[in-house]
Design a protein around this ligand. Structure first.
Ligand SMILES: Nc1nc2c(ncn2[C@@H]2O[C@H](COP(=O)(O)OP(=O)(O)OP(=O)(O)O)[C@@H](O)[C@H]2O)c(=O)[nH]1
Ligand SMILES: [Mg+2]
Length: 415
């Protein structure tokens, strides 16, 4: 889409000018991400959107004049438009009109790599397209029916709709299949501790992911640089094997079709033992972005107890001191305070298990090996008969060692 674009936003009564400008700045960034160049921006102050033209017919005429002056070939609106609004606006301005959802879908379509992401994006695009099909085909409606014209008598529009509906059904089936495989993989990874990075787009999730793993996720000053969930083994020391999961970012007014189709990807993150909500604390709208993130997490059913807020980009604000529970202030870019965050992650993991004392006979080498594999051994003493071991064991694996508990499964004191 190497196009010259006019970006349009409404200022409704509950919005201040500066907030509206921030929102438009975000839209511009989305447009640039899609490959467009913003040549003009338009605000329309209104009590409510106009049902026919969204901005009102006077404003629409002004936009038309701007189009002619700037040679723009596309107009992007910061809100979702009805099919009728798009039709009317295109008629007035004589250029292509898309809304926020259409733009985000375009970006996603250009980014999706994995089979799952591609399937999800196509599904979202078709669902977005379905109710908007009318305009292209209205001239074919009301075609005569009757015997001998079955199929032919069906309007082109209905035919197209049916093809799309069939395709949607197929994509949904395919996604279910992918999800089932994913579910099986997840179950087999049960013994692994998982940490998911979620948050607003451009907050620094992938940069943090690269810090916490020896991974090489794409980190870039672009919206939606990441579209495929990615996971890698943690590069820091943990009581048991730990994976870190990078995810697609959230955005204000995310098209709801996308939220639905990206659910399965997000569910992987939601099922994680620990969720790090990454927030760009240097962003003028960071409080809003935090709220958007939290709302999405709640909607996905994440219990807030499992969430740690990571105030990132603290190098820009120089606010590394954060006396808030379940939160850390870091710079993923410079690495500052990352150790503190890792301590928090480790502490959380330790809460998922217990420190116990075990007495394992020497000839039970397999048990000892298993213990070293899944647990954190604090102390190990050799006696004539057995190994006396003090170890942290994940709660769901305690049963494996029950038979060897030296003093029952009571948590032991460690000094
Ligand atoms: N100054 C500063 N910049 C950072 C920090 N962390 C990330 N960035 C920059 O912020 C931009 C976005 O970083 P990403 O890691 O790609 O962000 P993301 O959350 O993965 O974004 P999406 O995948 O697009 O949702 C990049 O230009 C990073 O270099 C930080 O701690 N300080
Ligand atoms: Mg990313």
């Amino acid at each position: 889409m190497p196009e010259n674009v006019i970006a349009v936003a409404l200022i409704l009564p509950d919005l201040t000018r500066s907030v509206a400008e921030e929102h438009l700045a975000e839209l511009e960034k989305l447009i640039e991400t899609a490959g467009g160049t913003v040549v003009d921006r338009v605000f329309a102050k209104r009590p409510r959107p106009d049902p026919a033209t969204y901005v009102g017919s006077g404003k629409a005429e002004q936009i038309k004049a701007l189009v002619q002056r700037s040679g723009a070939t596309l107009i992007v609106f910061d809100d979702d438009l009805s099919p009728a609004q798009v039709r009317n606006l295109e008629k007035i301005t004589e250029v292509k009109v898309i809304d926020r959802s259409g733009l985000i879908l375009d970006i996603f379509a250009g980014r999706a790599r994995s089979r799952e992401a591609r399937t999800q994006v196509e599904l979202a695009q078709l669902e977005y397209m379905l109710p908007r099909l009318t305009r292209a085909w209205t001239h074919l409606e009301r075609q005569a029916g009757g015997i001998g014209t079955r199929g032919v008598g069906e309007t082109q529009l209905e035919l197209d709709r049916r093809i799309i509906r069939n395709r949607i059904a197929r994509l949904k089936e395919e996604l279910e299949k992918i999800e089932r495989t994913r579910e099986t993989q997840r179950k087999s990874r049960n013994a692994v501790f998982s940490v998911a990075l979620v948050g607003y787009t451009n907050a620094g999730k992938s940069t943090l992911f690269n810090r916490l793993t020896s991974g090489s996720a794409d980190a870039a000053d672009k919206l939606f640089a990441t579209l495929d969930a990615k996971s890698a083994r943690a590069a820091f020391d943990m009581p048991r094997e730990t994976v870190v999961i990078d995810t697609v970012g959230f955005i204000r007014k995310l098209p709801h079709h996308l939220v639905a189709s990206f659910r399965s990807t997000m569910e992987e993150a939601v099922a994680a033992d620990l969720v790090l909500h990454v927030i760009d604390s240097s962003h003028p709208q960071f409080e809003d972005q935090r709220a958007v993130g939290e709302a999405v997490l709640r909607e996905l059913g994440v219990v807030m107890d499992r969430v740690i807020e990571v105030y990132n980009k603290a190098d820009r604000t120089d606010m590394f001191e954060l006396r808030r529970k379940n939160a850390a202030s870091v710079s993923a870019l410079t690495g500052r305070n990352i150790e503190r965050l890792i301590d928090i992650i480790r502490e959380r993991e330790l809460e998922n298990g217990e420190v116990i004392q075990l007495e394992i006979p020497h000839n039970d080498a397999r048990v000892i090996a298993k213990l070293h594999d899944v647990a954190e051994v604090y102390e190990q003493r050799v006696t004539d008969r057995a190994m006396m071991i003090t170890a942290w064991v994940p709660r769901d694996l305690l049963h494996l060692f029950e038979a060897y508990a030296a003093i029952g499964l009571k948590p032991a004191k460690v000094s």
